[in-house]
Design a protein around this ligand. Sequence first.
Ligand code: CTP
Length: 404
Amino acid sequence: MSELSGKHIVLGLSGGIACYKSAELCRALVKEGATVQVVMTEAAERFITPVTMQALSNRPVYGSQWDTRPANNMAHINLSREADAIVIAPCSADFMARLAQGRADELLSLLCLARPLGSVPLLLAPAMNREMWSHPATRRNLALVERDGGVLLGVGTGDQACGETGDGRMLEPPELLDEIIAAFQPKVLAGRTVLVTAGPTFEGMDPIRGITNHSSGKMGFAVARAAREAGAEVTLVAGPVALPTPRGVRRIDVLSGLQMLAACEDLAPRADIFVATAAVADWRPAQASAQKIKKDGSGEPPVLRFIENPDILLTLAQGERARSGALFCVGFAAESHDLLAHAQAKRARKGVPLLVGNIGPAAFGRDDNQLLLVDERGARELPRASKLALARQLVAEIASRIPA
Ligand code: CTP
């Protein structure tokens, strides 16, 4: 996947020990398809050399507004006009203060001031000691920079180079990469709250065993990521899966269908959108044994009785909030054949405005998929693509259907 192909990113380094992480970030951006133009302040060059950054970005590094290489001698104009985004990583406390004041006495501040406000986002990855980060001056400066359109990519918490522990570390390169990719996504769900279920459920029959299914959770995790990229506040209720939590998404792990229902009923009153991708087990053992069910030597298998699990999607779709139009519910259907007919029937049965059909065997565990969107107007196919690409298209479809 090349999430950033065609994007030109100015990567600005100000002075801080986190500069060593910027080398890896530069490499990650290039691997993701971006072209990267590195600009370093004098202080940054004390921590890491332009040689390293040139080798990784495959472009000469800029460091001075007096650089005579540009024919027009206006590096700050050229660099800020070419960029699809300017990323300052690390953004030191001093550099934040410069941005807040609109200083222009060295190249990096100068090009930030010269950036076209409406078309080139300024993304900040601060890195500083925890006392510096929490100092009222830094809080004030950050607030000013954000008011002027700067976007905070976040800071990490933990051990700091100075030996102290707290907020203010620079985010790790993979986290920054995800944030930068997210920054390019349209914020079609800004201010919305989204609830997603994902993965299988596990219905225990005794403390050791249970029944479950092959759902990998990948589609649901992609939906959660895409919704968060689109600006929503996202909670993901996940069955047992081995997937990393998408950045910025709140995750609640559950095992059984009953636990998943309880979590969803708890969260639904605050949600605007509910996307049910989970493969909830239809049946659970009527009685889970408190102790392991042992062989009794007779050769006779134990007889298990099952009862039906509650339908989470149906429960929420029939709730007051969905019926009043405040909660937009989206269902999924995994079928093996006659996708359109089954998806239409399922949409009607569940009473949801949008149902997403897919062919189960061609979707389970894979990184790509193919979807069929069914609503009251008809059906629309989303051709085979990565689950993340499809999730972004689905998010756009949902956004276009909910009231403003
Ligand atoms: N779903 C749910 N809770 C359940 C069962 C299903 O929330 N107990 C949701 C799924 O997350 C999905 C949709 O309902 O969004 C799938 O519908 P479902 O009735 O599970 O489909 P199938 O079981 O495949 O139905 P059928 O056996 O009729 O094909």
